[in-house]
Design a protein around this ligand. Structure first.
Ligand SMILES: [Zn+2]
Length: 270
């Protein structure tokens, strides 16, 4: 009898069937990964357009977002703002809705990121101040002591929010001013958290430390850095003693009664 060397037809059919099943399992996953990548690229490009728009506004561009969008997405016009063509990877069309750039492919708008975040000058002030207290990653006690006029450093816990906030208040001539949703003056503040800075605002002009009543630690406007959204609550919520929590802990702890608001410049609106 001749020794069989290759595959029989049945074996081949089975092998091909198995490969087919494996491909059937893998292809939807490839497609999903591909769609997810396209969606991310689309979102990144729309975010770039918004950032560029606001950067241009900051240096004197007077136009609105809609014509700006037309200008940067028109493939025939010379694009003077980008070195690449910011467009949807799936050929969706971009348009302006509210103050966002949206894509005509619906699924692409799920994670839309707004530009109503933190006034950049405000964030820079906070970061510069915090940085100025550190030398090679270590809190520089001498700098802080001098700033705060402390002679007996042993009395102070210099990593505490009270001292950092007090120092900011003194070095920056008070809190950064803004306008609330009803036109009243509000002031931007921060807490140093376990993972960064938590930004909020309220109507308290003065620096009050925790021992005083009606504390300025009560937040009426809070900023969720993860979603880049601001929330308002007329009653507010106290966040005193929260330095060991993360920014997301604090946002997660907000009670009922918070509504989303928009910050444009230093002015809030509903
Ligand atoms: Zn898209």
């Amino acid at each position: 009898m001749k020794k069989q060397t290759g595959f029989t037809l049945v074996e081949l059919v089975i092998a091909i069937a198995i490969l087919g099943i494996l491909a059937g399992l893998a292809i939807p996953q490839f497609m999903e990964a591909r769609n997810e990548a396209a969606k991310k690229e689309c979102l990144a490009n729309r975010t770039q357009i918004l950032r560029m728009f606001h950067a241009q506004r900051a240096v004197g561009y007077n136009g609105e977002l809609a014509p700006f969008l037309v200008e940067v997405t028109d493939e025939n016009s010379e694009n003077k703002y980008f070195t690449f063509q910011p467009k949807c990877a799936d050929n969706g069309k971009y348009s302006v809705a509210d103050e966002y750039v949206v894509c005509s492919i619906e699924g692409h708008n799920e994670d839309i990121v707004g530009f109503s975040t933190i006034p950049e000058d405000l964030l820079k002030k906070f970061n510069d101040m915090i940085d100025s207290f550190y030398k090679d990653g270590v809190l520089d006690v001498d700098v802080l002591n001098k700033l705060l006029g402390i002679t007996n450093a042993g009395d102070w816990l210099l990593t505490k929010n009270d001292q950092l906030r007090d120092a900011f208040y003194k070095t920056n001539g008070g809190w950064v001013e803004g306008t609330g949703i009803d036109g009243q003056k509000i002031y931007f503040k921060f807490l140093k958290t376990a993972d960064g800075i938590f930004i909020y605002a309220n109507q308290r002009k003065e620096f009050l430390n925790s021992s005083e009543s009606g504390s300025d630690w009560n937040a009426q406007y809070i900023y969720d850095a993860a979603t880049q959204k601001w929330f308002y609550n007329s009653k507010g919520q106290g966040f005193y003693g929260s330095e060991n929590k993360t920014e997301q802990d604090l946002v997660g702890e907000k009670n009922a009664g918070w509504t989303e608001v928009t910050l444009s410049g230093n002015t809030f609106s509903k």
